[in-house]
Design a protein around this ligand. Sequence first.
Ligand SMILES: O=C(O)CCC(=O)C(=O)O
Length: 273
Amino acid sequence: MIADEQRIQFEANGFLVVPQALSLDALADVRAAADRAEARWRGDTSLPGGRSEVLDQVQAPIEYDEKFLELLWHPTVFPLVRALVGSDVSMIDNDYFITPPRTLRTHAGWHHDVGLQGVYHPRSLMMLKVFYLLTDVDDDAGGTALVPGSHRFPMDWKFPEVLDPREMPGAIQMCGAAGTAYLFNGRTYHCAVNNNSDRPRRVLIYNYGHFWMKVWPGYEPSPRLLAEAAASGDPVRKQLLGIGDAYGQTLPAGQSLPAGQSLPAGQSLPAGI
Ligand SMILES: O=C(O)CCC(=O)C(=O)O
């Protein structure tokens, strides 16, 4: 029962890896879309994001290309997200990160993403991040590192301070071939390691939370995306983009993909959907 194995792995360690989430064809399409988005973003510095010697961040790539929007409900990965977060899942933010080769330092030191007050985090999945690798990432190529199981540590747990992110005791690195996806609980302690390779690292990031949470400022879907989602009438698309009742919004039982989209051959829905 792969679904049970995935759930136990996620609950125990705070992360999951989905090898070959993107087929070679899908990867080629997404890479081409990423190149177009990057060219547009570099050519117009008024477009949002971060531009520094350690990271180029194309903010909100779903605004650039339908391919990025569709990854929000990727047929292999989104059913897992929906099962883990719950039926009130929604989008919190999305990014395209390009870590330049031979970075002098990390662009993101050790941290976790969720600091909401009034919630006992170690028992709550408040945010779930999905990364899609667009380039091969080995342990020298600036990948994400995380401390397995740290999503269950108390909020005031003091991790040691380390000079090089890779010196964190107990940490592992999320390496993989282009097309790999990995998911982690936003409370899992994580960072980006320095990119010591000669290649840029390219990764798409989708952050999911609960419908009642606010979208991260600057990532609110544009009026165009909202109008298209509303016109589609599709419950998954609308809910992920924040269209619905502030409290009580939920996907219909059994619905984990937009209408007309089916699970890949041989894949079944995880338990609990
Ligand atoms: O670039 C990475 O691998 C880590 C990014 C990160 O720290 C984050 O998304 O919170």
